[in-house]
Design a protein around this ligand. Sequence first.
Ligand SMILES: *[C@@H]1O[C@H](CO)[C@@H](O)[C@H](O)[C@H]1NC(C)=O
Ligand SMILES: *[C@@H]1O[C@H](CO)[C@@H](O)[C@H](O)[C@H]1NC(C)=O
Ligand SMILES: *[C@@H]1O[C@H](CO)[C@@H](O)[C@H](O)[C@H]1NC(C)=O
Ligand SMILES: *[C@@H]1O[C@H](CO)[C@@H](O)[C@H](O)[C@H]1NC(C)=O
Ligand SMILES: *[C@@H]1O[C@H](CO)[C@@H](O)[C@H](O)[C@H]1NC(C)=O
Ligand SMILES: *[C@@H]1O[C@H](CO)[C@@H](O)[C@H](O)[C@H]1NC(C)=O
Ligand SMILES: *[C@@H]1O[C@H](CO)[C@@H](O)[C@H](O)[C@H]1NC(C)=O
Length: 856
Amino acid sequence: MKRIYYHTTTIIVFILSIFFPCLTLATDTITSTQPLTINQTLVSTGEVFELGFFDPGNNNLYLGIWYKKIKQRTYVWVANRDTPVTSPSAELKLTIGDNGNGNIIVLNQDETAVWSSNQSVSTANTVAQLLDSGNFVLRMDNDEDPENYIWQSFENPTNTLLPGMKLGWDRKTGVNRFLRSWKSDTDPKVGDYSFKMNIHGFPEIFISKETDVRTLYRSGPWNGRRFSGVPEMKSVSLIEFEFKNNSDEVLYWFKMLNGSYYSRLVMSSSGSLERFTWVESSHAWSEYWSAPRDQCDAYKKCGPFGVCDANASPVCKCMTGFRPKNQQAWDLRDGSDGCVWSSELECGSDGFLPLKNMKLPESSKAFVDQSMNLSQCAEICKSNCSCTAYANMDITGVGSGCVIWAVDLLDMRQYADSEGGQDLYVRVAASDLDQSPTIGASENGSSNNVAKTVGITVGISAVIIILLLLFYLRRKKMQRLKNSSINRKGPHERSQDFLMSEGIIVQSKKDYSGETTTDDLELPLFDFTTLTIATENFSDENKLGQGGFGCVYKGILVEGEIIAVKRLSRTSGQGVEELKNEVRLIAKLQHRNLVRLLGCCIEVEEKLLVYEYMENKSLNTFLFDKEKSARLNWQKRFDIISGIARGLLYLHQDSRLRIIHRDLKASNVLLDKEMNPKISDFGMARIFGGDQTEAETKKVVGTYGYMSPEYAMDGLFSIKSDVFSFGVLVLEIVSGKKNRGFYYSSNQLNLLGHTWNLWTQGKALELLDESIRAEFSKDEVLRCIQIGLLCVQEHAEDRPNMSKVVLLLSSDVLNLPQPKYPGFSLGKRHSEIESLSKHDESLTINGVTVTVLDGR
Ligand SMILES: *[C@@H]1O[C@H](CO)[C@@H](O)[C@H](O)[C@H]1NC(C)=O
Ligand SMILES: *[C@@H]1O[C@H](CO)[C@@H](O)[C@H](O)[C@H]1NC(C)=O
Ligand SMILES: *[C@@H]1O[C@H](CO)[C@@H](O)[C@H](O)[C@H]1NC(C)=O
Ligand SMILES: *[C@@H]1O[C@H](CO)[C@@H](O)[C@H](O)[C@H]1NC(C)=O
Ligand SMILES: *[C@@H]1O[C@H](CO)[C@@H](O)[C@H](O)[C@H]1NC(C)=O
Ligand SMILES: *[C@@H]1O[C@H](CO)[C@@H](O)[C@H](O)[C@H]1NC(C)=O
Ligand SMILES: *[C@@H]1O[C@H](CO)[C@@H](O)[C@H](O)[C@H]1NC(C)=O
């Protein structure tokens, strides 16, 4: 009986081991008599973390820790990141080392150690335990006091900071613990980027590219509440952030207020610092925060004494009392030379300009005194001529402590609200201070008292002129109503005419973003006869093209001005007044990368839009034409890509209306005389009465080949659908080839699939249009291809938004993330589209906008 029973158990164990080859030791601990093989894992008591050997996808074995309950393997620590096990088996052991010390070691198949905890304390009776915090510790068998751990993984971080894990400097041992990225997503080897505390001066944390010793981003110093450059670090109910500076250590860490939530801070292999939190309901990690996040996060974006303001355009500003050091570069939006004082400083009599919501300047050379208050701080700074700025060290309560800078102020930025940054006081000449009592950075720091007097005089004259002007305009309007002549100039232009005729030259108030202030713009209405005459009765000779919304004609007004007239093909569901309102709104969108809407004509049966005329027609006439395409050299193409990106960003984000284009394509990008790109047809969905706030639409408006999968299939659209179209356009511009929607050459792949293949084979450069291979920047081309691929990723949430795209395009510093599989790249998808297109016989597939009714 006993014997049979014994046999049965063996068989059950045998069967179990067949079905569950990866048996876990039912324990969280290893001892010297109980090693861990590659088929076993340790699991922490609360089943939060698991430790074992894994292969990240490069056919090597590593010892690491991951979340037990999360199916999508997420590694938080790797022991032997630089010394992988290459043999098929490995072992984790506790040893009595050569000199009798207990260590955790990883052995490969032939029993040589590839990794060791390398501690030198000599001990016996040790155990190694995986804790629920994710900490893997070596301790005495009978001593669980964290103070007495002999070795712990939390003190040897890799690329991830877990709750409770401390980053920073131990003054006693001189060890500075920091995060270092993986080499790539599948290679845990020490990578290029680090996230490391700088303990000099007023401590703060830097992201650096270690391979070329370059700082990419800094957090700003800890101001008692948060890092001065991380406004998002509000006290949330989920995470608590901690910072400690004392005679023993300078540390940063975070705690989860509810232990059942997971959050981790990761230095990614692409150079961005990312915080993820686990969302149980969607079984996914969600990106909670990341840095660098915008242009102003780029280290020293605006040079010495320059201030970056992400909400302004251009982003770089000089404070009151300062002027750009290199005006020419500044005008070209290169702020890296920064600003200089516009008046001589006189030391004793200088004043201090108060600035609100500032990320404090780089502070490794700052001088800190915890005991001083702000008024004492001001005294010290005022009396020391080399002091350039001061601030409170701690902003909690009424503020305390004193920080003083006696160096150039670097990498400052200003936030829009008081949630970011803190007050900073910057030394300026007393004269500049009186001139501008307002707090804040001004665009221009003009200089002395003479200028001031002149300024006031000019100001008063301006007020008088404006009053006169308003009066004049009013009269003019009355006249116009009387004789109902065509009026196609906004008051803006008319006012200029008036001033010029009066011999006063005014400078246009255009800022460098290309956006003009047009709050007062009144929509010019053209009458139908005028447009009929201008376009010679909409003759075929004057036809410029045909789009989904109607035909476009070239027209010449009686005054000689050339215009483009779009005759909308169908009546919309809207009433005439609503339609006018929409057009009026759209006309207010002005950006140098958008085609300007000059006016409209809405009569009972006719709806026409009048645009500025673009000499070089549309991008597709160049791009897909063998002869003309060579005229678009790489530099031009890159400029075109950047221009389109800025125009689209403006539509998505920067304009007062949030506009989704829904039909971005090469034929909707027009080129002016200098080949500057301008997006046309934006806001058409709005004009046609499409509801922009709705996430789903009954009408699928767009062009196959440029449509994102979620839009073409389900009629779901978002700004990310535009990003997809932008991605397609980028790849078309680089390759000079059309994304035909379905097929590309004989491989049955479209342009996206083709690009993806080249990309994965490391031959992406082959995509570049043959006609321009003579001269190009390899980096830029590859960057554009990668951005293109990022934008056409299958899942909308993976695609970057336009502000990120603009950032990535403009910066060769940031490393790009690796793209995932593009949407619509497989031949098999094609049948799905075809069946979709059968809904409506009148569809034209290529180039022309299709409207599928009831797409969903
Ligand atoms: C681990 O499991 C595999 C297959 O399940 C087996 O072939 C191998 O011998 C096991 N290795 C060890 C060290 O137990
Ligand atoms: C182990 O520690 C010693 C000194 O404590 C050091 O010299 C040696 O480089 C370390 N070895 C490894 C592999 O880290
Ligand atoms: C950090 O702590 C040390 C030692 O207590 C002190 O001297 C120093 O001023 C402190 N620095 C800051 C920025 O708090
Ligand atoms: C933590 O969160 C879980 C899940 O939301 C909740 O059930 C639990 O009550 C929370 N615990 C505390 C202490 O707030
Ligand atoms: C700052 O400290 C000085 C000296 O301790 C004191 O006289 C002064 O009133 C304090 N100022 C403020 C605003 O607290
Ligand atoms: C002014 O401040 C700098 C930096 O803190 C210091 O090195 C210098 O000695 C100070 N000069 C005077 C006159 O106090
Ligand atoms: C800015 O300053 C420069 C020189 O100081 C002056 O020529 C220019 O007119 C000023 N612009 C404005 C807008 O004040």
